[in-house]
Design a protein around this ligand. Structure first.
Ligand code: COA
Length: 183
């Protein structure tokens, strides 16, 4: 369990999978992800099993936020893909699936916890991500969390009838340390 202020990251449970399947089939949420086809519950359950088998190189964590009543509500997932133990790097992915929770700062808070976990616990040196150039909300959130743009993969994705550029963004361990020392 990785605990923050009113937010926590925990292991994703099998019982969370039906909720994830709803999120991944919602175009408003998934339009910026790699998903292109409708995803069945069975397919989502297979994804969960495959992810569990690839642990710890693949880690999907649930993002929970605390409600006014003090309960925990599962609002999205955040993950490290293919931890590279030779180069100490990993790709991070994030999804806030509960639509009333978008744009309320939960993404950047969850990302801050994931960076603390990745650099502080897993001894990573570089954490990077890919983001569609038209995903303004995500880019603003990632910048606030400390990510800087490395480059542009031109017309890397084809979606909804057009090609879109994909940005590569990253945080280095030294940048994370410098940011933390100012907080
Ligand atoms: C990307 C994502 C994780 C960001 O988390 P979030 O909690 O929604 O974002 P935050 O609240 O941390 O930051 C959002 C920023 O964008 C701004 N914003 C909010 N809604 C916006 C919108 N519809 N369009 C553009 N900017 C928006 C906010 O003002 C904030 O910027 P600021 O701090 O400079 O004012 C989340 O939006 C999400 O999961 N989206 C759907 C799936 C997705 O796009 N995943 C990322 C794939 S790379």
């Amino acid at each position: 369990m990785i605990l923050g202020d009113g937010i926590r990251l925990r292991a994703l449970e099998r019982s969370d999978v039906p909720r994830c399947a709803v999120w991944i089939n919602d175009r408003e949420v998934s339009q910026y992800l790699l998903v292109r086809t409708p995803i069945s519950l069975a397919a989502e359950e297979r994804w969960y099993e495959q992810m569990a088998q690839r642990a710890p190189n693949e880690q999907v964590l649930a993002i929970d936020v605390q409600t006014a009543e003090g309960d925990w509500r599962h609002i999205g997932n955040i993950s490290f893909h293919e931890l590279d133990v030779f180069n100490h790097s990993a790709e991070v992915g994030i999804l806030i699936g509960e639509k009333d929770c978008l744009g309320r700062g939960f993404g950047r808070k969850a990302m801050a916890l994931m960076l603390d976990y990745g650099f502080g616990m897993l001894n990573l040196n570089r954490i990077f991500l890919h983001v569609h150039a038209d995903n303004e909300r995500a880019i603003r959130s990632y910048r606030a969390a400390g990510f800087v743009q490395e480059g542009v993969l031109r017309q890397d994705m084809y979606k909804y009838g057009r090609y879109v550029d994909v940005l590569v963004m990253s945080v280095l361990r030294s940048e994370w340390q410098a940011k933390r020392s100012l907080e």
